[in-house]
Design a protein around this ligand. Sequence first.
Ligand code: BJW
Length: 255
Amino acid sequence: MSHTAPILLDTARAWLQGARRIAVLTGSGVSAESGVPTFRDAQTGLWARFRPEDLATEAAFRRDPRRVWDWYAERREKLRGVLPNAGHQALADFARRQPGRLTLITQNVDGLHQQAGSQGVLCLHGDITANRWLDRPRPCCDPAHAAPGRPPRCPGCGNLLRPGVVWFGEELPPQALAAAQRAVQDCDVMLVAGTAGAVYPAAGLAHLARDGGARVLLLNIEPSELDGIAHAVLRGPSARLLPALLGASEPAQGA
Ligand code: BJW
C-alpha cells in the first residue's frame, strides 16, 4: 500500500477547511476496519464467495428466498457487537463541531455512521437491520404478526418479509437520492471514501459534484473506478485518513 504524501494530506485538509459545504460519500471500505466485509475485495469481499445476481436481486429472492434470507441473517448476526471505527467517528465529530457544513451520504447498510453519532445520514442502499414486505402489503400484512420462518411470512396472504436493502435493479429511496444530488451539486468539496465507485447511481454523485464545480477528493487503499474524475486521491485506510483529514488538531507529520 502506498502512503499519502504529507503535502497532499495538508492540501486536502486545507480544501476541507476552506469549503463552505462538504459532501461525503462512503462505501463499504469505511467499515472494513470495523470488521465488516466489503463487496468486491478479491480475498475478503462478499462477492469473492457469491455472485451478486444469486443473492442481491429480487429475482434471486423469489427464486430461493430461504438462501437469500439466510445470507442476510448471517450478515446481521455478524454485525452484532461491531463498533464504528475512527473514520466513522471523525465524520460524526466534524459534523458536531461544524453543524450544517457536512452532508453524509452512504451506500452502507450497516448503521455504523449513525452508531458513531452522525445525524441525518442519507442512506442510499437501505438498512440491513430493517425488513419490508416483498409484495405490496395488503391489510392483513402486519410485520409484528408475521409467521416465523426463513423468511417470515404473512399468515393471511403468504407475503414474504425481505431485508430492507436496495438490490440491483431496484429504485433507490427517492428522497435520500434527491437530497444527495442536491448536496453534491451545492458542495465545494466532495470526499469519496472507501468505495469502488462501481455501482450507480451512487457513483454518479461524484460526476455530478465534479460537473457542478466541486473539488472531488478520493480516499481509498486501492485504485477505484472514480480515480479518473478526482482532483486528488489519498491512498490509505479510512480509519487513519479520515481523522487526519477532518480532525480538529493538526495531522501528525508523515501521516
Ligand atoms: C478501503 C478500505 C479501507 C477497503 N479504507 N478504502 C449506470 C451504468 C451501469 C449500470 C447501471 C447504471 N445505473 C444503474 C445501473 C445498474 C446497477 C449498477 O450500478 N450496476 C453496476 C454493477 C454496473 N444499479 C442498480 O441496479 C441500482 N438501482 C438502479 O439503478 O435502479 C434504477 C431504477 C429506477 C427506478 C425504478 C427502478 C429501478 C441499485 C444498486 C443497489 C446496490 N446494492 C448493493 C447491495 C446492498 C444490500 C446488501 O448489502 O447486500 O449495495 S450492491 C453493493 O455495492 C452494496 C454497496 O453499497 C455497493 C457499493 O459497493 P462499495 O461500497 O463500493 O464496496 P466495494 O466492495 O465495491 O468497494 C470497497 C472499496 O473500499 C474498494 O475500493 C476498496 O479498495 C476500498 N477499501 N478497505 C479505505 N480500510
